[in-house]
Design a protein around this ligand. Structure first.
Ligand code: PEP
Ligand code: MN
Length: 337
């Protein structure tokens, strides 16, 4: 349920209503919008009488929220959420690009890529240290050593680092070493993991599952938010369809649809959607045009020798070309990068 307060209602009257509602057994989150405040009621609201709440002279209107997601719902929080990471902003008119290799391999590799993507305008460095591989015989990532190499690249460039967590056991290490914690597509419905990262202080990059609906995806964001961490960035990375030409099918519709459903920022990963480096640029540009708040792109200094996902990785020069075109479109969209 959402309670919209009348414009310019004084704090004392808002707090009195919040106390009354909490006494009825629901928790209340307050969003101060432009001109008015909105109370989002979470919990069992079935026995709340909408008419009685409407009688309050400071209440403009009361609405039932049919959707199962509450904190992530745009009805609870009409303005776009802006997630801030070490000065970089994502959402609400702020566009940011995360770039780097699929997996961290050596100090030289990660530092060289970090310096290159930064020079082209990336604001965050991505790199996998714990890799969710289809085969147990494939390279599984460098683990904590990989995170430490990312921190060396961060020390040189100042770029905050994004890396995927696969186990609740790693929460403490990620809290210490990583700036944005990625939940990969394969773990989007790992509810124990979602609850644990929901207790972290770091923003969470929540990738869409390989075969999950918008609602299921936003419900996973709700898991994280319900534990207290409201800094969630959604990431469309392509879904399974009958088409086998591409690695996945980039679902461009997800961008406007999710923006209508939720206030959370949404970025796009064209690399894992395409699975081929030559297709990354057109998909990235399409994502910006459809309203994405950012991109996450795989870049490798030597794609042919990459330990993971070389076929879809851009060279630093290709990435630079993409960024020049992206900047023009971001500008056209009236956003800042
Ligand atoms: C990745 O970002 O390297 C990755 C494994 O992505 P996804 O979870 O989208 O497959
Ligand atoms: Mn990858």
């Amino acid at each position: 349920m959402v309670v919209v307060m009348k414009p310019k209602t004084e704090e004392i009257h808002i707090q009195a209503l919040v106390a009354h509602l909490e006494a009825l057994g629901v928790s209340v989150s307050i969003t101060n919008g432009i001109g008015c405040s909105i109370l989002g009621l979470v919990g069992d609201t079935t026995n709340l009488d909408m008419d009685k709440i409407s009688i309050n002279p400071y209440v403009e209107r009361v609405m039932r929220v049919q959707e199962a997601y509450k904190k992530a719902n745009r009805k609870f929080h009409p303005q776009d959420t802006v997630v801030e990471v070490a000065g970089a902003k994502i959402g609400g008119g702020h566009f940011a690009v995360m770039a780097g290799p699929c997996s961290v391999e050596t100090k030289e590799q990660i530092v060289e890529v970090a310096e290159a993507v930064q020079a082209s305008g990336a604001k965050l460095l991505r790199g996998g240290a714990f890799k969710p591989r289809t085969s147990p015989y494939s390279f599984q990532g460098m683990g904590v050593d990989g995170l430490d190499l990312m921190l060396e690249a961060k020390a040189k460039t100042g770029l905050p680092v994004v890396s995927e967590i696969m186990s609740p056991k790693l929460v403490e290490i990620f809290e210490e070493k990583v700036d944005v914690v990625q939940i990969g597509a394969r773990n989007m419905q790992n509810f124990d993991l979602l609850k644990e990262v929901g207790k972290m202080s770091k923003p969470i990059l929540l990738k869409r599952g390989l075969a999950n609906s918008y609602e299921e995806w936003i419900m996973s964001a709700e898991y994280i938010m319900s534990e207290g961490n409201e800094n969630v960035i959604l990431c469309e990375r392509g879904i399974r369809t009958f088409e086998t030409y591409t690695r996945n099918t980039l679902d461009i519709s997800a961008i406007p649809a999710v923006k209508r459903m939720s206030h959370l920022p949404i970025i796009v990963d064209p690399s894992h959607a395409a699975g081929m480096s030559w297709m990354v640029e057109p998909l990235a540009l399409a994502a910006i045009t459809a309203g994405a708040d950012g991109l996450i792109i795989e870049v490798h200094n030597n794609p042919a020798c990459a330990k993971c996902d070389g076929q879809q990785s851009l060279t630093p020069a290709q990435f630079d070309g993409l960024m020049k075109k992206a900047a023009a479109l971001v500008d056209l969209a009236g956003k800042t990068m």
